[in-house]
Design a protein around this ligand. Structure first.
Ligand SMILES: [Zn+2]
Ligand SMILES: [Zn+2]
Length: 374
């Protein structure tokens, strides 16, 4: 469904002719394709703005649009068109203001042939585990489909398209402008047909003559094993329907892998930090290291240092061919922060046995009292 013309121009439904003209001039300046050369949607947007203005600036067409919506405005039947449509068009002052009166207009258009449907994008969030094992996910999105009533022809009873009477099919209108400096000829896009060169005689009520309607589509996306964050899956032919027999666009599913609470990742290598106690580090222990597969028993060597690392070969992420990287373990030796009196005494004895001379700062009397009362 085309956008509401009032929304396109950003004006209220009861806007005055002046307000509409002002809104149009501001938008047309902003969105002119010659200004926004890098914006692929500029031309489309510019066309939309012109079309909205074409209807809303014409009292008769505006009131028809208010009553019947797009079905009426898209009719653009020859009898509904008054030949003086360009009289009072703001094109003159617009182009004057912008290009100093030089006769520049939209690029010439060729006959409308098949038009490919647009590609669509979808962002799919997955977990690290899903990236490691692969996953199938159901997604739902909206896309333009060929209208089921008119089969994309845009015309209600097979009336078909006829050559635009205003531009005789060229999609352009030559506009002569007289100024103090002489006569200028401008070529501007035809407003009746929006530059297409053809108009629909009897527009389809369902799609408003556009030949397409928006519909929901759901499908299953197969995420392969070993994908990385930001990778895109291309689902050929799952984008929007084309026009006039044009091919369908594609759907690009962008994968976003959520940050994992336990593992860091670089390529196929995973990183994990495992907390161990001072005693475990000194004495050695058998403990469980978290892995993507659940966990693995590991023999911690006696005398493990805080800077030491362990590598579990083949416990990292798989790549797209299923080859797995390694899991790198960093030990985080935790030094106790609050020792009980007995623990402190034992540690002092331990230090003594090792011949260490330790003179801990004398604790305040109040702390001692607190400890006794505990
Ligand atoms: Zn239709
Ligand atoms: Zn035309």
């Amino acid at each position: 469904m085309p956008r509401d013309y009032y929304d396109v121009l950003g004006v209220a439904r009861d806007a005055t002719a002046d307000q509409i003209k002002q809104a149009y001039r501001r938008l047309a300046r902003e969105h002119h394709p010659d200004v926004r050369r890098d914006d692929p949607h500029a031309e489309e947007r510019f066309k939309e703005i012109n079309e909205a203005f074409g209807i809303l600036s014409d009292e008769r067409r505006r009131s028809r649009y208010d009553r019947f919506g797009h079905a009426a405005s898209n009719a653009r039947t020859p009898e509904g068109f008054d030949g003086a449509g360009f009289g009072g068009s703001p094109f003159e002052d617009l182009f004057d203001a912008f290009f100093g009166g030089a006769g520049r207009g939209p690029a010439p258009r060729s006959e409308p042939g098949p038009e490919s449907g647009a590609d669509l994008g979808y962002t799919l969030p997955i977990s690290l585990e899903e990236a490691a094992r692969g996953v199938e996910r159901e997604i739902e999105f909206a896309r333009m489909e060929t209208c089921s009533v008119c089969f994309g022809t845009g015309s209600e009873r097979g009336g078909g398209a006829v050559t635009c009477p205003t531009c005789s099919g060229s999609g352009q209108v030559r506009h002569v402008q007289r100024t103090a400096l002489g006569m200028f000829t401008q070529i501007v896009g035809c407003r009746q047909c929006g530059g297409a060169g053809q108009i629909i005689r009897d527009p389809c009520q369902r799609c408003g003559g556009g030949g397409r309607t928006e519909a929901k589509r759901s499908l299953t996306v197969k995420v392969p094993v070993g994908v990385e964050d930001g990778m895109q899956l291309r689902l050929a032919g799952e984008g929007e329907a084309g026009l006039r027999g044009g091919r369908r666009g594609d759907l690009y599913v962008k994968l976003r892998i959520a940050e994992h609470p336990t593992f860091g990742r670089r390529g196929t290598d995973l990183f994990v930090e495992v907390p161990i106690s001072m005693a475990q580090a000194a004495l050695g222990d058998e403990l469980e290291i978290p892995t993507l597969d659940g966990g693995e028993r590991h023999a911690l060597a006696a005398g493990t240092q805080p800077s030491e690392r362990a590598t579990l070969r083949g416990k990292g992420m798989p790549d797209l061919k299923g080859r797995r990287g390694d899991l790198h373990v960093t030990w985080r030796v935790e030094i106790p922060t609050a020792l009980s009196r007995d623990q402190a005494k034992t540690l002092q004895e331990f230090a003594k046995l090792r011949g260490e001379k330790i003179a801990p700062k004398k604790r305040k009397i109040i702390e001692k009292v607190k400890e006794i009362l505990q």
